[in-house]
Design a protein around this ligand. Sequence first.
Ligand SMILES: NC(=O)C1=CN([C@@H]2O[C@H](COP(=O)(O)OP(=O)(O)OC[C@H]3O[C@@H](n4cnc5c(N)ncnc54)[C@H](OP(=O)(O)O)[C@@H]3O)[C@@H](O)[C@H]2O)[C@@H](O)CC1
Ligand SMILES: Nc1ncnc2c1ncn2[C@@H]1O[C@H](COP(=O)(O)OP(=O)(O)O)[C@@H](O)[C@H]1O
Ligand SMILES: [Mg+2]
Length: 278
Amino acid sequence: MTDISTDIVNNTVIKRPNNSHKGTFGRVCIIGGTNNFGGAIIMASKACVYSGAGLTTTFTDSVNLSSLHTHIPEAMFVDFNDLDSIKSMLNGFDVVLIGPGLGTDENSLTILKTVFNNIQPTQKLIIDGSAITLIANHNLTLPDAKLVFTPHQMEWQRLSGIKISDQTDENNQKAVKQLNATVVVKSHHTKVYHNDDIWTNPGGTPAQATGGMGDTLAGMVAGFVAQFSDTTNAVLSAVYAHSAIADKLAEKQYVVLPTQIIEHIPEFMKANEKKTES
Ligand SMILES: NC(=O)C1=CN([C@@H]2O[C@H](COP(=O)(O)OP(=O)(O)OC[C@H]3O[C@@H](n4cnc5c(N)ncnc54)[C@H](OP(=O)(O)O)[C@@H]3O)[C@@H](O)[C@H]2O)[C@@H](O)CC1
Ligand SMILES: Nc1ncnc2c1ncn2[C@@H]1O[C@H](COP(=O)(O)OP(=O)(O)O)[C@@H](O)[C@H]1O
Ligand SMILES: [Mg+2]
C-alpha cells in the first residue's frame, strides 16, 4: 500500500498544449439532482467545470435549471426525464458521472438503467451517491464500461456487502476485483483500490465532514478523468487535490465548504501542473 504522492499529481496534471481546443479536454455528462437534491448536482457539475473538463453537460430535473445556470453557466442542461435524449446523447461523452443527488425512487432507477443499457465499453462511468445505493438495492448487473465507484463507507457496505467494521484492505480488495473497477472508499482515511494496487490518501480533515463534500469529489474525479489519459492516476490526483485544498483551508476554518474547495481547484492544479509539455 502506498500514499498518493505529489509525484502522481505532478505527472498527471499535464501542461496544456497550445494547439488545443475544448474538445481536447474531454466531454463529460453528469446525471443526478432529483428535485430535493439540486445542490448535489450543482456542486458536482461546478467541480467538474472548475477541474478543467472541456465540456460539461448536466442531466438533471428541470426544476434545477435556473439554479444550475446561476451557479455554473458553463454547464449545459438536459432534462434527465427525457430518456430519448439520454439514449441519443450518451455515447457522445468521454466520461459519464451518475449519482450525485440522483435519489432512489423508481424514476431514478429508470434513469440509471437507461444509462447502463446505453453506455459503451470504451466510456468511463463514474458511479457515486444514490446510484451506488440503487445498484445495491436492486442488485443491478453492471454494464461493460470502465467503472469507477466513489462510495462512502455505508454505500460501500451496501455495494460490497462488507460491514463498515470489516472493511479491511483484504476484504475490500476482494470485492473490488469482483467489480472489475477502480474504487475510492471514502472516509477520514480515504483509500483507492485498483486491481492489486492500494493507495492511501495522505490528506483529509474532519472539516470536510459536511454534505456535498462527496458530490464535489465526484465532479473532480469526472473532470480529471476526462482530461488525463491514465484513468487511475487521474482518480488519485482528484482525491489528493480534494483533500489538499481542504487541508489548506482548514488551517484557518472550523469547517470547509465544498463550494470553497471548488473555487480553489484551478489554482491548485496550476501550482501542481507538470513543468514540461508532454
Ligand atoms: N446538497 C445536496 O443536495 C446533498 C445531496 N446529497 C445526496 O444525498 C444522497 C444520499 O446520500 P447520503 O450520503 O446523504 O445518504 P445515505 O446514502 O443514506 O448515507 C447516509 C447514511 O449512512 C450512514 N453512514 C454510516 N457511515 C457513514 C459514512 N462514513 N458516511 C456517510 N454516511 C454514513 C449514516 O449514518 P448516520 O449519519 O445516521 O450516523 C446515514 O444513516 C446522495 O445522492 C447524495 O449525493 C448529499 O451529498 C448531501 C448533500
Ligand atoms: N473526518 C473526516 N476526515 C477527512 N475527510 C472526511 C471526513 N469526513 C468526511 N470526509 C470526506 O468527505 C467526503 C464525504 O463524502 P460523502 O459522504 O459522499 O459526501 P456527500 O454528502 O457529498 O455525499 C469524503 O470524501 C470523505 O473522505
Ligand atoms: Mg456522497
